[in-house]
Design a protein around this ligand. Structure first.
Ligand SMILES: [Zn+2]
Length: 198
């Protein structure tokens, strides 16, 4: 049977979310129709509030309500240890491990010539400026284990070398081809511990 148009639209929108197939989208839509008015109102409100209140930290790029973010502002974090990641999701993944006590710098992507993304589209110049200004003791490159991340890491290492900062890459243990944010906490902690100089 065909759903009424507004329900159809809802199913289509839900189906665009990661991990939600057609069947799940239908189930959620029908659940919302059946549930009291509060359920959909609170959900809609939560989505729009998260979207309007959360920004990228101007310093490190991670998700935050305040700018700079809590991590950048925390006296318990070591500002001399900077971890370079692809995006804010990786910051969340690394924070879940509790194994990193430094600060972050999200590139907001990785070099991907096939998708027209070069170094200038990423926060690489900002990283170079930051290293010059803040003179960290070490920059840890924590990118995924796929070809594009590999290329990005090499490019970064080349940019950082003339600055004289110690640069390291997280160790083996990440499955080849995998994204950082998909790794479990134990794997990520080990990858951090096993970082090596480049
Ligand atoms: Zn920050």
């Amino acid at each position: 049977m065909e759903y009424p148009a507004p329900v159809q639209t809802l199913i289509e929108q839900l189906g665009k979310l990661p991990g939600i197939g057609r069947r799940s989208a239908e189930r959620i839509a029908l659940h919302l129709l059946k549930a009291g008015p509060d359920a959909s109102r609170l959900l809609a409100q939560a989505i729009s509030e998260a979207k309007s209140k959360i920004h990228n930290c101007s310093r490190c790029g991670s998700y935050t309500e305040s700018d700079p973010c809590e991590i950048c502002q925390s006296p318990r974090r070591d500002p001399k240890l900077v971890c370079v990641v692809e995006g804010p999701n990786d910051v969340l993944a690394l924070e879940r491990t509790g194994a990193f006590a430094g600060v972050y710098h999200a590139l907001m992507g990785r070099i991907s010539p096939l998708n027209g993304i070069g170094p200038e589209q990423l926060r690489i110049a900002a990283l170079v400026e930051r290293v010059k200004r803040e003179q960290p003791a070490e920059v840890v490159i924590a990118l995924g284990a796929d070809v594009e991340s590999e290329a990005t890491a090499h490019y970064l290492a080349e940019q950082l070398r003339p600055l004289g900062v110690t640069t390291s890459r997280i160790g083996l243990g990440l499955p080849v081809g995998s994204a950082l944010e998909a790794a479990d906490e134990v794997t990520l902690s080990r990858a951090l511990e096993g970082r090596r100089k480049v």
